[in-house]
Design a protein around this ligand. Structure first.
Ligand code: UAG
Ligand code: ATP
Length: 508
């Protein structure tokens, strides 16, 4: 068995590897010099989660951010775990290996358990604050156009020939990532394009993968509740660009953090951006994007390239594909493919204005999105936006401030999680104090907020529904309820009379 499909087949979890390898416990931990082994076992798989342990698995007891995995060891053994990786031996009758720190050991051990799949794949790892998912999908499209059999792991989904499943995390946990790479290898994949979050770098989820190429899109403050400071956030991202983790780098030097990264990296680097010194220089942005690579112009028409930053992302994807051996013409062909869902995704039922669903949720991305709408149309811009609960509290006022660049900002719920939506919005609104800009209103019912934005739009305007992109559920009070922005925008447009043969609100 390789997958459990639940919820009507819409959500699949990889629970077991199909490579059918078995390895001794001592062989699995041979790369860990400080490992202290008590007993021997035959290991079939590896997991950090007692709820996903299968027979013969090695359960790794991770002291986590909320709970200590050692407390779930008994549950894991009851579920069939044949051995434990621990920081302190526990009183259970199974072979155990003690290491000074379990979390950084999981990836290297998982790699051994799965036969070091990354050694047989070229991995492209993409990180940055905004644009990771978009860039991952673009790199994959460029590689595929070059005839390379590819696998992809992004916030949206994991897929490779014969497999497709929605993603749970931006980057899978270390054990899950190695299992995924193993399954890609079994499917004949030659190159894997992987989205890498700062959490993943910090939590050693990608270790011991050494990427063929690591891509940096940009950096602006995010996840400071986790990293503490922007400096630390940058240092975490920068840790992907060390010789241990990548062979080559592609760095966007339009971004000031990118320039700093390019100045410090010790691996061969291709710089991209508008700077005259960039190796892949972005010259024209519009329906056609022109780069210069080594003096040669590269011209392409890309879907929904909405601004300079996106063009730099396109150039980064191009450079990454080229670094992985794809020809210029194939890369250009691939980059004209569609963007991932929920990234500047147009919703069109025939209405005389643009309606867009986009994943923008950081202040920078919201500002970029509004700027892109202004470049696209001279009409009014009506924005629906909110902030998620349980994360990034510090940036909520900045989202509020950025939203005022629209003509109308309708503040609403995103994923409130366990927080009170009204309190989240109150924090968002503090950013609007004393700032001149468009009109704003509060409507906590997201469906009603979208309907209100559509209701305000006239010919030539732009409706922007930001923050949730491809997501199909809202996290509320520890549970989740179905909510798909594209579907809701489509319904709101229809309800407003814009769909069908008699579209338009005037009837004669
Ligand atoms: C705060 C954070 O980063 N949490 C991640 C972290 O959890 P953790 O190790 O701290 O886990 P914990 O809940 O303290 O539990 C400790 C250990 O006990 C285990 N456990 C727990 C319960 C149980 O019944 N049995 C059991 O074995 C857990 O599996 C874990 O190994 O490591 C886990 C394994 O890798 C992740 O699943 C988990 O992601 C949680 C679900 C999460 O929401 N993470 C977010 C913040 C995150 O990582 N996001 C980034 C991207 C953000 C972005 O792009 O905007 C991502 O890469 O997805
Ligand atoms: N190269 C880019 N540079 C800046 N912004 C971009 C770029 N590509 C896409 N965006 C915009 O950034 C926002 C987030 O896009 P995307 O989901 O690709 O980023 P992400 O880094 O994966 O986000 P997250 O970390 O939340 O998963 C969207 O508004 C998208 O249109």
């Amino acid at each position: 068995m390789s997958a459990a499909v639940v919820a009507g087949g819409t959500f699949a979890v990889i629970v077991e590897c199909d490579c059918q390898r078995a390895i001794s416990l001592s062989a699995a931990v041979r790369g860990l010099p400080e490992a202290e082994l008590r007993g021997e076992a035959r290991i079939l798989d590896i997991s950090t989660d007692s709820r996903r342990v299968g027979p013969g698995a090695l359960f790794c007891a991770v002291p986590g951010t909320r709970r200590d995995g050692h407390g779930f060891a008994a549950e894991a053994v009851a579920a069939g775990a044949g051995a434990l990786l621990v920081e302190r031996f526990v009183d259970l009758p199974v072979p155990q290996v003690r290491v000074p720190a379990v979390r950084p050991a999981v990836g290297p051990v998982a790699a051994e358990v799965h036969g070091r799949p990354a050694d047989e794949l070229a991995v492209a790892a993409v990180t940055g604050t905004n644009g990771k998912t978009t860039t991952v999908h673009l790199v994959e499209a460029a590689l595929a156009a070059g005839g390379v059999r590819t696998g992809l792991s992004s916030t949206v989904e994991a897929r490779w020939p014969g497999w497709r499943s929605p993603a749970e995390l931006t980057t899978p946990g270390a054990a899950d990532l190695q299992r995924m790479l193993c399954r890609m290898r079994s499917a004949g994949v030659r190159a894997a394009v992987v989205e890498v979050s700062s959490h993943a770098i910090d939590q050693h989820r990608i270790d011991p993968v050494r990427a063929e190429v690591a891509v940096f899109t940009n950096l602006s403050p995010e996840h400071l509740d986790y990293h503490g400071t922007v400096e630390q956030y940058f240092a975490t991202k920068a840790a992907l660009f060390t010789p241990r983790r990548c062979r080559r780098a592609v760095i966007n030097v339009d971004d000031c953090w990118g320039r700093r990264l390019a100045a410090q990296v010790e691996v061969p680097t291709v710089t991209v951006g508008r700077s005259s010194r960039a190796d892949v220089r972005v010259e024209e942005v519009g329906p056609r994007v022109v780069f210069h690579e080594g003096g040669d112009p590269v011209s392409l028409t890309a879907p929904a390239v909405i601004g300079g930053r996106h063009a730099a992302g396109l150039a980064a994807a191009y450079a990454a594909a080229r670094a992985m051996g794809v020809s210029k013409s194939a890369a250009v062909r691939g980059l004209t493919a569609a963007l991932p869902p929920g990234r500047f995704q147009r919703v069109d039922v025939g209405q005389p204005f643009l309606a867009v669903v986009d994943f923008a949720h950081t202040p920078t991305a919201v500002a970029d999105l509004i700027a892109a709408a202004r470049r696209t149309s001279g009409g009014r811009v009506h924005l629906v936006v909110g902030c998620a609960g349980n994360r990034d509290r510090f940036s909520r006022p900045d989202v509020g401030r950025a939203a005022l660049a629209a003509d109308t900002a309708i503040f609403t719920t995103d994923d409130p999680c366990e927080e009170d939506p009204a309190e989240i919005t109150a924090q968002v609104l503090t950013g609007t104090i004393g700032v001149s800009g468009g009109e704003f209103v509060v409507e906590h019912d997201r469906r009603a907020a979208i309907a209100a934005a559509v209701g305000r739009a006239g010919p030539g305007d732009v409706v922007l529904v930001a923050g949730r992109g491809h997501e199909r559920y809202q996290a509320v009070d520890g549970g989740r309820r179905p909510f798909d922005d594209v579907e809701v925008v489509t319904a709101a447009l229809a309800d407003a009379g814009w769909a069908g043969p008699d579209r338009g609100r005037t009837c004669g």
